[in-house]
Design a protein around this ligand. Structure first.
Ligand SMILES: [Zn+2]
Length: 509
């Protein structure tokens, strides 16, 4: 791969200038890259974006990018659609448009369900100290938004290119449950794999009587755990579990309950980690474990037990998402005791540090400003934050500002779908608390995006809004068009909103 020298060749600069003046078209200035006697840049023509490759007239374009050739002055140009094929060629030429491993550095996940928020995300995260994870999508989100993993990755590659973001971004295949899920995401170039073993958590372990519990403990998959029940008991009960600021003294009952609850979480995680390593030995992989979707908060000892067993089985994590105390509802700030959160966060951090210093991962991270402040004030360890819904809501804020009629339709339809859509989400919104649309003037509509009940009603309906309803109607095309027409406003809203997300972490740091 050739080295890239951005914006250095004056002749190619003239080629860009000539293009702009000839067709009076917007050029995304930060996208300019030079590569093999050509200059590459993104343009916006009407409402659509294209990749343009410029060269001197005597140049012959190689056959890899597919496009349409045009001429002006001394130069020829290849105007290329932002297609899947061209995205793949882009990645082969410009290393920085591929996802990279983020490691244990602070990182921020920007789920982008519409596929057009990436440039604003990059603008917001630049110089924040966080590495962006741009392509972040779960299988559930792919299904609800009717997108493929490849489309999500392509949107991230184009965003990095548009912003000239050469520092590297991660790509998170979120909440993976099976090897099939893994296959889909590896093929699309994802590098961070978030294993979700929630189907294997035995929540009722805490309610079992002694006989039931011992029976369940003995019938754990010990072969896969590569030890004997009595060895495991010995390991934890004879050893003082002393961490930085924390001494854990589990009883035999705690240990057995913990293993019954999480034993199969451990073996399932090991199974998926082994599958990745053996099936894709050359693919860059980093692993997160998410146990955030359980009924009760993860205790420090449960966290210790899982991390310690995974470490013994040779599974290395870059991050782990415990279920924290309090409520992490979608699209609104944390509800709960922040002091308690701070204490527990530091305990989880101590466990993470003991087993390799992986990051603590905050799921449902959209709009948890008060939590960020607490984490920002704890000056140790590293963190990963996942957001997604909040970007969709900023898109709707933009529509509310620019296209009130469409916003009214979207909110009405979201309300209609609410009782069905809310089922798979952790939220507390009530339909009756959403202000009556008829009573609001157009200019008041954007304020609804600051109302918790309305935010959640809009948030959970994204799947219904973006896919076809029973009458074969979808809002997606109108929504996308409105955002394309108001690109600057949309970007401004996103950047402003993500500064709010990033700023609390930077306190005194
Ligand atoms: Zn999660």
């Amino acid at each position: 791969m050739n080295k890239i020298y951005p914006n250095t060749n004056p002749e190619l600069q003239t080629a860009v200038q000539t293009f702009k003046e000839t067709w009076n078209i917007h050029v995304y200035e930060k996208s300019l890259q030079e590569y093999g006697n050509c200059c590459y840049f993104l343009i916006r023509e009407d409402l659509r974006k294209f990749l343009v490759i410029a060269a001197k007239k005597d140049h012959t374009f190689s056959k890899d990018f597919q496009g349409h050739q045009i001429e002006a002055g001394e130069f020829i140009y290849l105007r290329c659609k932002m297609s899947r094929k061209n995205a793949s060629v882009l990645r082969s030429k410009f290393e920085f448009t591929n996802a990279v491993l983020v490691g244990k550095n602070n990182s921020y996940g920007f789920g982008d369900r519409l596929g057009n928020a990436g440039p604003a995300h990059l603008r917001a995260v630049r110089n924040s100290g966080f590495i962006p994870v741009l392509a972040q999508q779960s299988i559930r989100e792919l299904e609800r938004t009717n997108r493929t993993a490849q489309e999500v990755m392509d949107a991230a590659s184009w965003a990095a290119f548009q912003e000239g973001f050469t520092e590297g971004f991660g790509a998170d295949a979120d909440h993976l449950k099976t090897t099939d899920h893994i296959d889909r995401m590896v093929k699309a170039g994802f590098t961070m794999f978030t294993i979700d073993p929630s189907d294997h958590v035995v929540n009722k372990a805490r309610m079992m009587d002694q006989i039931e519990l011992i029976k369940a403990f003995n019938s754990l998959p010990w072969k896969q755990l590569r030890c004997l029940p009595e060895d495991l008991l010995q390991r934890y009960l004879n050893e003082k579990l002393s961490l930085n600021n924390l001494i854990l003294t589990p009883t035999k009952h705690d240990l057995i309950t913990g293993m019954v609850k999480y034993g199969r979480v451990i073996t399932h995680t090991k199974k998926l980690a082994d599958y990745l390593a053996s099936t894709y030995p050359d693919h860059p992989v980093e692993l997160e474990l998410s146990i955030d979707e359980t009924e009760l908060p993860t205790t420090p000892f449960e966290h210790y037990l899982i991390a310690s067993e995974l470490s013994r089985l040779g599974v290395e994590l870059v991050s782990l998402a415990p279920r924290f105390c309090g409520d992490f509802e979608k699209g609104i700030d944390f509800k709960g005791d922040l002091d308690q959160f701070g204490v527990e966060y530091e305990q989880h951090l101590a466990v993470a540090e003991r087993f390799g210093g992986y990051k603590l991962s905050i799921h449902s991270g959209s709009d948890k400003f008060s939590v960020y402040k607490v984490i920002g004030s704890i000056k140790s360890g590293s963190v990963h934050v996942k957001t997604a819904g909040t970007s969709y809501l900023e898109a709707l804020r933009t529509v509310a500002e620019a296209n009130p009629d469409l916003f009214r339709e979207i909110l009405s339809y979201s309300m209609k779908c609410f009782n069905e859509d809310k089922k798979t989400y952790h939220i507390s919104a009530k339909l009756k608390n959403v202000p009556a649309l008829e009573s609001l003037k157009d200019k008041q509509l954007p304020l609804l995006l600051d109302d918790n009940d309305t935010r959640q009603v809009l948030h959970v309906a994204y799947g219904s809004i973006l896919s076809e309803n029973s009458e074969g109607k979808t809002f997606k095309a109108q929504l996308m068009r409105s955002l394309e027409e108001n690109e600057h406003l949309h970007e401004k809203n996103l950047v402003h909103h993500f500064y709010k997300h990033l700023e609390p972490f930077l306190v005194d740091k």
